[in-house]
Ligand binder design. Sequence first.
Ligand code: ACO
Length: 332
Amino acid sequence: MGARILGTGHHVPERVVTNHDLEQIMDTSDEWIRQRTGIEQRRWVVPGTGTAELASHAARKALEAAQLDPEEIDCIVFATLSADYFFPGSGVLLARELGIAERGIPAFDIRNQCTGYLYALQVADAFIRQGIYRRVLVAGAEVHSTGLDHTTRGRDVTVLFGDGAGVTILGPSEDPERGILGIYLHSDGRFAEKLMIEAPTSREQPHISQPMIEAGRAYPSMDGRFVFKNAVRRMPEVVHEALADQGLRPQDVDHWIFHQANLRINEMVARQLELPPERCYRNIHKYGNLSAGAMPALLDEVVREGRIAPGDLICMAGFGSGFTWGSALIRW
Ligand code: ACO
């Protein structure tokens, strides 16, 4: 038996930070950011709000959409690169936020950055196919803002990211034709340092120190052009892999949900695949890059706008730090 999506939800913090707001704190411009990324604004938490808390708001909306109580969830799979703590992971904290910690259900933590949601989805899909768990909550969430360099030194990365969460509830599909058709995942660790946060690191004692912070090693670093080039190569590649495996063509896909890292990346991917722009959805202009939260949040928006009909085919694809990349085909 395969898995299908029972409900979706997303949540972003209230505080809107526009490109003009960033101009006030660092040497950047609305024009630079818009032209290169398509981002107009993003949401930032009030410090004190953690990743699991953001995810819990999205989870409650997804549970409501699935008409389930938190108590009916058998397993949590939580994808994030910005966990509340170095350890334990945010999965156990999400269970606690949902008031179900005492039930003792398993909580997995996935660390695959912008592809994390797809990795989490495959774990959940496999559990349901094997009959190990029936109802699995898949969360992708990030609090980036508190971990970014808010000075000009960090501008190449800081302008790109925002805070937010998306949750998908999965359960068994009674109809073999509908649900998750396939998920295709890859990684290439040769380029791990091309997009990373170095500290805290187990390679040093202590894992984090004042000199490391002052040197900027606790902030993300990125070779933007290298990431861009690899993203526009790997995303079409893994979409072709998925379609070929399922005997489908790009024109069979009704809805395209790409990772929201940069509008230019997605425009180049869409051009290569010759996709109609109106079927390639986006929310990067208002949220920036939500990493693991991006695809589930966008999926939820599209679902709530009533764009997806039963039987429609959805293709998701993403690329991120690791490098990791992947795609998913879902028959709604
Ligand atoms: N505001 C103004 N100027 C800036 C900013 C900024 N925020 N950031 C960098 N610059 C400057 C640089 O200092 C540099 O100046 P210099 O030429 O005087 O040295 C110049 O702008 C660089 O400009 P470009 O080379 O034109 O930048 P580019 O076109 O490569 O765009 C960008 C940069 C947007 C980061 C692009 O490389 C990109 O999008 N890469 C992919 C990034 C990405 O998607 N990351 C996340 C994906 S994976 C994940 O989600 C974890």
